[in-house]
Write a protein that binds this ligand. Structure first.
Ligand code: ZN
Length: 307
């Protein structure tokens, strides 16, 4: 027997009416409390829009696959967001444990097309796990690298560079707007630094276990060019712009040759150079919905380890 029927039998119809009115008052009061408490009511789509206002998708490189990867965003409310550089099964499980139905990542989970989702590869397992748990996955990758105040600006800010400019700026049409985009930055240290002290500072600031560099430059460093992640393609441009130092996430052995005393090369590690991407996501989302539960992953997703 339903509860209302039970009340009617025990107390009669009149009392049932009073009971229902009273119950509705209580319910409204409780819903009011809960609504106040969950004042972060926001659709996932609104978060995606905010991320794309900051880093519009047309800014991404042609090979990239930034944007919404998994999930329905139009109607779904966000319960919380987990911020990361890479999506792994561990990260998805962390989102489940934290009650977050949105993961915002720098590197796209889906990069190459999938022909099947059987669980045979890590990416396939992640796709299955996310869909099974109704978790949306969004990636802001090279569009964030190329955006003003994006990944490279964070690196420059941590190093205290001033008068920072994009190394290869160009305009991209985004709807009605013309947006400045570009890879790599060049800026200046407020005071010239000795090369060893500069390298040591990079190591400290970015908590780098193993900083690769070429031979120490015999002149002070003041002009610094940089590009987080796989930015070695900008070394020639850094030389052309007469930078004293070039800082990036990864560079191959042969690219180090021939630049001794031309420029101080410093290679931080891909993950290390992009670790502050999560701060950008955090700022954008917390500006939009200050009360939304927002977490930075506790999983160290750097697949490269150092002994
Ligand atoms: Zn990267």
């Amino acid at each position: 027997m339903p509860a209302n029927g039970l009340v009617a039998v025990v107390f009669g119809a009149r009392k049932l009416q009073i009971y229902l009115v009273f119950r509705s008052l209580i319910r409204n009061f409780v819903v009011g409390l809960v609504t106040n408490h969950t004042s972060y009511s926001v659709k996932i789509k609104e978060i995606v829009n905010a991320l794309e206002r900051f880093a519009p998708l047309p800014l991404q490189e042609s090979y990239d696959n930034a944007g919404l990867q998994i999930g329905l965003t139009a109607e779904q409310e966000a319960s919380g967001a987990l911020l990361c550089l890479d999506v792994t099964e561990e990260v998805i499980r962390e989102a489940i444990d934290l009650g977050c139905n949105l993961i915002v990542s720098h590197h796209p989970l889906l990069f190459r097309p999938l022909k099947r989702v059987t669980g045979a590869t890590q990416v396939e397992r992640c796709v299955r796990l996310a869909i099974q748990n109704d978790i949306a996955i969004y990636a802001a990758h090279t569009n964030l690298d190329n955006a003003e105040d994006g990944v490279n600006y964070r690196i420059a800010e941590k190093l205290g560079l001033v008068d920072v400019q994009m190394m290869q700026a160009h305009q991209v049409q985004v709807g009605e707007r013309s947006v400045t985009a570009g890879s790599g930055l060049i800026g200046y240290l407020p005071a010239a630094e000795d090369s060893l002290a500069f390298l040591q500072r990079i190591k400290d600031v970015f908590r780098i276990e193993c900083l690769q560099h070429n031979e120490l430059l015999g002149r002070p460093i003041q002009t610094v060019a940089l590009c987080g992640g796989a930015g070695a393609f900008l070394l020639d441009e850094a030389l052309r712009l007469e930078a004293d130092a070039f800082l990036t996430g990864e560079m191959s052995y042969h690219q180090f040759f021939g630049h001794e005393q031309e420029i101080q090369i410093a290679v931080m590690g891909h993950y290390q150079s992009e670790q502050y991407t999560r701060e950008i996501f955090f700022q954008i989302i917390s500006d939009l919905v200050p009360d939304l539960p927002l977490f930075t992953t506790n999983v160290d997703t750097n697949p490269i380890k150092y002994l």
